[in-house]
Write a protein that binds this ligand. Structure first.
Ligand code: SF4
Ligand code: SF4
Length: 292
């Protein structure tokens, strides 16, 4: 993820991003580090991740900018935080921290624009190396329709949900397609203007990894492995109901590691998602509030 710009500069980079909508840094408190392995930690929670990122940022501020000192920081960080990963072949970068004037944006501590680096790009010291860090873009950038990317960018209210969900191309596509089907038109970010109720439903969908009642607690892993290799993909759902594999919600049900033992469970899970799509389409069909 070069992919780092000063906070608030997202729209400036739209023209340079594959797929035309810049997703990596969206605003002062909304950004993503999923491709740097942000979520590939044990005991994943917003609180734990925030604690790790804050600690690294504070310690890195005191690190002299030399190759030896930066290497040592990386090693010590991984040593202290533990090297065991839920996805062992997916690197978790110890140089992810918090950047920006208020240090509220998840980002790269080695980036030339990060505090203390004085324009020097230290990403060559990372596992992936400077070129990969500067040029990688995840499949969502190319594969998700720009209007859906804009909807997410407009509605999201925290970095934790954003990074967990923005790589879920199939989930986002399926959800917004279901909404469009109900409305019989396409949706875009401008539809959210003056519609706080619609924003709230999109935020509810973006938080679904913590609220999904049909996940299998034994196997559920919120972090997405979105690279071409399917090494850590969720298992195909063993739908017990005949024809259930063709569910209109199949990509969402699968990505949420759903445990659907029978036809009733499938219907309940589909209804849960139908209600959310229905709530969003109703909120988008309502007239917008007048500007204040
Ligand atoms: S996972 Fe995608 S959106 Fe997130 S930082 Fe990487 S390229 Fe950007
Ligand atoms: S150095 Fe680490 S945090 Fe920075 S862009 Fe590369 S992988 Fe991401």
């Amino acid at each position: 993820m070069l992919n780092i710009a000063p906070a608030g500069a997202a729209s400036d980079l739209d023209g340079k991003t594959p797929g035309g909508v810049y997703l990596c840094q969206v605003g002062p408190a909304i950004s993503c580090g999923a491709c740097c392995g942000l979520y590939n930690i044990q005991h994943l929670s917003r609180e734990n991740l925030t604690h790790l990122l804050k600690g690294r940022t504070q310690r890195f501020a005191r690190v002299p900018r030399t190759i030896e000192a930066i290497d040592r920081f990386g090693e010590e960080t991984l040593g202290a935080e533990g090297r065991h990963r839920p996805m062992k072949n997916f690197h978790h970068c110890p140089f992810l921290g918090l950047i920006g004037p208020q240090q509220t944006t998840v980002g790269c501590l080695l980036h030339p624009r990060a505090d203390g680096n004085k324009g020097i790009d230290w990403r060559g010291l990372s596992y992936y190396g400077a070129y990969a860090c500067a040029t990688y873009f995840c499949p969502t950038c190319r594969e998700l329709a720009p209007r859906y990317k804009r909807m997410v960018r407009q509605a999201v209210d925290n970095w934790y949900d954003y990074g967990l969900m923005i790589t879920e191309t199939g989930m986002l596509k399926t959800f917004f397609e279901q909404v469009e089907k109900r409305l019989e038109r396409t949706v875009d970010a401008t539809d959210l203007e003056g519609r706080p109720a619609a924003m709230a439903v999109v935020q509810r969908f973006l938080a679904i990894k913590h609220t999904w009642p049909f996940a299998d607690p034994e196997t559920f892993r919120p972090a997405n492995f979105f690279f071409n290799q399917k090494e850590y993909a969720p298992p195909a759902i063993d739908f017990k109901a005949p024809g259930a594999e063709t569910s209109r919600w199949a990509p969402v049900l699968t990505a949420l590691w759903s445990n659907l033992a029978d036809w009733q469970a499938l219907c309940a899970a589909e209804s849960f998602l139908d209600r959310m799509a229905g709530d969003l389409s109703a909120a988008l069909a309502a007239p917008p509030l007048p500007p204040r």
